[in-house]
Design a protein around this ligand. Sequence first.
Ligand code: PMP
Length: 393
Amino acid sequence: MTLKYANRMKGIRASEIREILKLTQKAEVISFAGGLPAPELFPIDAIKEISREVLEEHGEKALQYATTEGYLPLRKQITERMTKFGINTNADNILITNGSQQGLDFAGKIFLDPDDVVLCENPSYLGAINAFKAYEAKFIEVPTDDEGMIISELEEIVKTTDKIKLIYVVPDFQNPTGRTWSIERRKGLIEIANKYDLIIIEDNPYGELRFEGEIPPSVKSFDVEGRVVFLGTFSKTFCPGFRLAWTCASEEILSKFILVKQSSDLQASTISQMELSKFINKYDLDKHVEKIKSVYRRRRDIMMKTMKEEFPDEVKFTYPEGGLFTWVELPEHINSRDLAIKAIDNNVAFVPGDPFYPNGGKFNNFRLNYSNMNEDRIVEGIKRLAKAIKEML
Ligand code: PMP
């Protein structure tokens, strides 16, 4: 039998990270690999109570089909939360999606033809790279430093081709680097997008998890022309298992997202949306987020402290002010994939950095997650990792 798959499947491969994640399931492995929230913080008792209440009070509605746009009270609650990012919007600009990952897929479906170009940070979020690759897009990585994309370099690239359709950015506690863009770079980005008529996808799953300082205004907050699509999610502030997230865009662009949502899966789960909405009303999501932040802040601190003490001086790492990740840079001659294999032998796991560069070519970085392991395991895991690094130096 010859299986005649679509051409686009050639660009879609099993993520190598998944293979590593499989190895990390063994209990003895201390894993800094996934981007998993701390499960002990999931509000299980509150959710039990709320599930019962939703079924008792609105059972028939909760179990029925509902609108593609999403549950209106939840969309209104989201508009209130969006003010944290300097965005004043209303429910007509919000679509509820199954995770922001679905928003990325829809952005690809709506904007990208084969060989269209997506500009992204270097490195960039692997899940977005893979979502856009499925639409046969090409990538140009824009040189990026600790403040975000370097705007002069961005403009040089934009001038060279008219194939650019999207600029994809994660300005707050980026996955994988943990870096946050300065306000100047955010303004610079929107100026370039306005000047060259480009769409920006601003992906912001981590912005609310800021451990120190103020949340900076989002790129979308500077958008007066309606060219920024903002993706938010409840995966990190509530629980990822609900798969509830949102897309905020101009009504014109959002109408396209609604059309593709309709043909993709009709709507997000009615009952989950009603449960989350009730949780926000009854339990104060902000208070819950404070609790998450205080645990993650301590985990970030202990990881930073232990890396400082244990890692050789040649090894550098970012200091994230929030979110879930830090990004480690090894001396150039060490390949982080080789280190990953050695690390697994020592029962500690992380994600090698090269898949985060869509065009490949950089092998001496890796990503560490600090949200999922407790403090003792973080200390022990970093010690094991330091031993593996020293053996390779
Ligand atoms: N964007 C980024 C940058 C992410 O790191 C993630 C998940 N870790 C997502 C999007 C997808 O999140 P979700 O689908 O759970 O909302």
